[in-house]
Design a protein around this ligand. Structure first.
Ligand code: ZN
Length: 245
């Protein structure tokens, strides 16, 4: 088991956000980087994001947007802005990025950690944003730590003897790993945060001190917004980055 692991999710082709997060991660010198999926979709720079994560990540999942761009999910299931960006991404995705995405799966298991892009119930589409979904996620898993992405909302939930505790995990939230309650953590999103904080989100797991720590890093949002507009992607995708919604 690596001692310290940085976890990222939902990069969504936001290269400036990813660069800022990777710099913050590098400063912490973790043993490994794990990514919970959705490297592409919504954002204007899918290719460098795929290449950078492929080079650095010891583990990477496929997300619904990755599968949509690959044609492995029907785009009719997506919202209109997501369809527009998936169609655009299909036209610009490099062979290198595509073959990396094709190698990924939406679930993984590593030592005593279970990882899902969305949830254990449905690793591609289900959002863990309600008590009911969280209970199902704990019921369907057995490891002490469960990691999910997909909702773009950082979460730290604990379960012990059927009782849930925790909730939103803003910057500075710390959770205790190891003995005691089982944990379900969502690092939040690098490239399109939706918790009202526009800064890019990531999570540091320390299996030595048994702490999980939720981090945020500012990045030049306006540069990604400009790139979205230059490429003719839906303006709402640029606008929401400024508000973190
Ligand atoms: Zn996503």
């Amino acid at each position: 088991m690596p001692s310290r692991v940085a976890v990222i999710s939902d990069v969504h082709g936001n290269w400036h956000a990813l660069q800022s997060v990777l710099a913050a991660i590098e400063a912490e010198q973790p043993d490994e980087l794990w990514c919970l999926g959705d490297l592409v979709g919504y954002g204007p720079r899918p290719n460098p994001c795929c290449v950078a994560v492929r080079e650095r990540a010891a583990l990477c999942l496929a997300g619904n947007h990755d599968l949509g761009v690959l044609g492995q999910l029907d785009l009719e299931e997506f919202a209109p802005d997501a369809i527009a960006s998936a169609v655009w991404t299909r036209g610009v995705i490099s062979d290198e990025a595509r073959s990396f995405l094709e190698s990924l799966s939406p679930t993984a298991r590593r030592d005593r950690v279970q990882l899902f892009h969305a949830s254990p119930r449905d690793p591609v589409w289900d959002y863990v944003l309600s008590a009911e979904a969280a209970e199902a996620a704990f019921e369907l898993t057995e490891d002490p730590l469960v990691l999910v992405g997909h909702s773009h909302v950082p979460l730290a939930l604990a379960e012990e003897n059927g009782t849930l505790a925790g909730g939103l995990a803003p910057e500075g939230t710390e959770a205790e790993l190891g003995a005691g309650p089982r944990l379900l953590l969502n690092p939040g999103s690098v490239g399109q945060p939706r918790d009202g904080d526009p800064r890019a989100a990531w999570l540091l797991l320390d299996f030595g001190s048994w702490r999980a720590s939720f981090r945020r890093v500012a990045y030049p949002v306006e540069r990604t917004q400009e790139e979205i507009r230059e490429r003719g992607l839906p303006d709402a995708l640029a606008e929401r980055l400024g508000r973190g919604v």
